[in-house]
Design a protein around this ligand. Structure first.
Ligand SMILES: Nc1ncnc2c1ncn2[C@@H]1O[C@H](COP(=O)(O)OP(=O)(O)O)[C@@H](O)[C@H]1O
Ligand SMILES: CC(=O)N[C@@H](CCC(=O)OP(=O)(O)O)C(=O)O
Length: 296
């Protein structure tokens, strides 16, 4: 148990970070496993509200991959993905919209509001927050043969207009953003939530990007928890994608961190959002947790 002195030390250790980050925008991405776990989401929202009260401007981007997959299975549609990106046909984009905007987003917003803080739910389609173009075909190797696969209604962010978010954070709202973008003809496009978080962090000149997921960070060996890599440069991050150390959903996450840091976000972190108060530990303690990605 903490003695009184330990508690004092914790507060004193937090002070320089509170000063440093006062007024800063912090983009936090909730992974799809976190958003369906009541306990994790409750804890993480408490942390974010504390950030707000000490003067930071948190912006939330959420995923929802596992829930989209569950609904697809229920409807008899076989989920498929390439390098962490879901192949999205006409029915799937409807499911993605329903799950992400209709369900997950509204739930997060109402949980924040319940804590007495103003929040607003947005997607790329609101105020043209972010537009996207259809992603080109992806090269994949199937049984030794290279094939090109059309991902369907999957978008790649083209343009971001951060004004709406800036107005909202100035007025003390916590914006909660779904990764559905608007395409050229007004169609909806499914964008990976990590890419949305990375791009918004850059466009909002965020001080930090935090990816809250269901593992402790990037692992050298994904089956062994003790192999956490606590720090990565951009060069090292690129090399662990190339050599296959990271797979599946971790690929867009590391890529989004690389892009954000390349564009001026000082630090990006991949942390375990299932652990109690992981965001506070990351921001307010000297050691931090998870994997930190920075320029050099
Ligand atoms: N090297 C790695 N280190 C950690 N996790 C990895 C690695 N390679 C692949 N993964 C997988 O990536 C997953 C996280 O991505 P994803 O499931 O998309 O999370 P989220 O829903 O939070 O975005 C982990 O649960 C793990 O299975
Ligand atoms: C194109 C694409 O893959 N879109 C994602 C959007 C949700 C997401 O990114 O959720 P996670 O954070 O749980 O991964 C999907 O359909 O699953």
């Amino acid at each position: 148990m903490d003695t009184g002195l330990n508690r004092e030390n914790i507060l004193i250790e937090a002070l320089p970070y509170i000063k440093r980050f006062h007024g800063s925008t912090i983009v936090i991405k909730f992974g799809g496993h976190i958003v369906i776990d009541e306990e994790s989401i409750k804890n993480i929202i408490k942390d974010i509200i504390l950030l707000k009260y000490v003067g930071m401007k948190p912006v939330i981007v959420h995923g929802g991959g596992p829930e989209i997959t569950r609904v697809m299975n229920e409807m008899g549609i076989k989920p498929k993905s390439v390098d962490g990106l879901r192949i999205t046909d006409e029915k799937t984009i409807e499911i993605a919209r329903m799950v992400l905007i209709g369900n997950i987003n509204t739930k997060i917003v109402s949980k924040i509001e319940k804590e007495g803080v103003k929040s607003i739910g947005l997607s790329g389609k609101d105020g043209k927050l972010f537009t996207a173009r259809k992603k080109g075909k992806k090269k994949v190797e199937i049984e030794g043969e290279e094939k090109k696969i059309d991902l369907g209604y999957v978008g790649e962010i083209e343009n971001v207009d951060p004004e709406l978010i800036e107005i909202m954070t100035e007025r003390s709202y916590i914006p909660v953003i779904s990764p559905i973008a608007i395409g050229q003809t007004g169609i909806s496009l499914n964008v990976n939530a990590d890419s949305v978080a990375g791009r918004l962090a850059h466009e909002l000149n965020a001080r930090k990007l935090i990816m809250a997921t269901n593992v402790d960070g990037v692992l050298k060996d994904p089956s062994d928890k003790s192999t956490l890599i606590s720090e990565l440069s951009i060069k090292e991050s690129k090399s662990i994608i190339r050599d296959g150390t990271v797979e599946g959903g971790m690929i867009p996450k590391v890529k989004a961190c690389i892009n954000a840091v390349n564009k001026g976000v000082k630090k990006a972190h991949i942390i375990n959002g299932e652990k109690n108060h992981s965001i506070l530990l990351e921001i307010f303690t000297d050691e931090g947790i998870g994997t930190m990605i920075k320029k050099n």
